[in-house]
Write a protein that binds this ligand. Structure first.
Ligand SMILES: Nc1nc2c(ncn2[C@@H]2O[C@H](COP(=O)(O)OP(=O)(O)OP(=O)(O)O)[C@@H](O)[C@H]2O)c(=O)[nH]1
Length: 297
């Protein structure tokens, strides 16, 4: 059988259940469900396999209700994350229906060229009849190719959605080797967790000017994992901020990230962090690969 591979951009209002759905599609916990910094970077959420198809699920962050012109421009920039996607999957909390946030997203979706899929989520806590009305109302706002009624929490409707996503992908080689799928996810997830800690602990001082690169990711015989990550910053002053007084900040970042990575991977984690100044890190191909991004010439 011919192999297929492609990208699905997962969009939706906060709390719609995007991360829960990605975890259900992938079949393991890969997406970070906690609050995340608003950044226009495309983020790999997870890789799902359906028969011969490899479904790469990507996050399209930065979708919020834009009031000012500047905010609207930011939202437009965030949408560029979906530019290379083979399809866009909108997740809507069926219990909430079309609120202001969903309405904004629908306006942004209606003229897009990619095929649209709708997942009406949380059917386990929604009444049946209003669901059909809601599906119809949403479809009047943007042309959805398919509508799926699902519960990301119970798994209801998820297998059907998964095969619908697979059917939309183009033929082609897999982007990630089969046996490395979970490793790739774990590598990326671990780097994301550290990046999240950097944002969380240094938010005001280090806005989006850093990235985390994985240098080494190996399993030890005792089942634990050893991870070496490099935090790349653009300037010396930023390096000093990440390190903190006497290295206090980097230790705090490391210990919080280590705990979270251990919890997410379900095994003990040995985490080693290095901070490196690299003025042009955003021009480096390997950094992009490490963030799960495609290099764009
Ligand atoms: N009852 C029910 N709850 C769900 C379902 N899917 C997600 N939830 C809950 O809804 C909440 C939000 O889910 P998330 O997956 O974190 O939502 P998200 O869209 O990724 O949220 P952000 O990260 O804020 O964008 C969590 O408390 C989930 O447990 C579902 O199908 N049924």
């Amino acid at each position: 059988m011919t192999r297929k591979c492609g990208f699905i951009a997962v969009v939706g209002a906060p709390n719609a259940g995007k991360s829960t759905l990605v975890n259900a599609l992938v079949g393991q916990k890969v997406a970070i469900t906690s609050a995340k910094a608003q950044t226009t970077r495309t983020r790999l959420m997870g890789i799902a396999i359906e028969g011969e198809a490899q479904i790469v699920l990507i996050d399209t962050p930065g979708i919020f209700t834009p009031a000012r012109r500047l905010d609207r421009a930011m939202v437009a920039a965030a949408w560029s994350g979906a530019e290379d996607a083979d399809a866009i999957l909108l997740t809507v909390d069926a219990k909430k229906g079309i609120d202001a946030k969903v309405s904004t997203i629908l306006d942004a979706l209606k003229d897009r060229k990619e095929p649209l899929l709708l997942a009406l989520n949380k059917v386990d806590i929604s009444k049946k009849e209003p669901l059909l009305v809601l599906a119809q109302q949403i479809n009047e706002r943007a042309p959805f190719r398919e509508i799926h009624f699902i519960s990301a929490e119970t798994g209801d409707g998820v297998p059907e959605l998964k095969s619908a996503l697979a059917a939309m992908l183009p033929e082609g080689d897999w982007h990630y080797p089969e046996d490395e799928v979970s490793d790739v996810s774990e590598r990326l997830l671990s780097a994301e967790i550290t990046r999240e800690q950097i944002y969380r602990q240094l938010h005001a001082e280090l806005p989006y000017d850093s990235t985390v690169e994985t240098e080494k990711f190996t399993s030890r015989r005792d089942g634990s994992v050893e991870i070496h990550q490099q935090i790349l910053v653009a300037r010396d002053t930023q390096r000093a901020i990440v390190l903190g007084k006497g290295g206090a900040r980097i230790r705090a970042i490391g210990s919080a990230a280590r705990e979270e990575i251990g919890k997410q991977l379900g095994r003990k984690c040995h985490l080693f962090l290095h901070v490196k100044v690299k003025a042009d890190w955003d021009e480096d191909r390997s950094v992009y690969r490490d963030m799960g991004l495609d290099w764009v010439d």
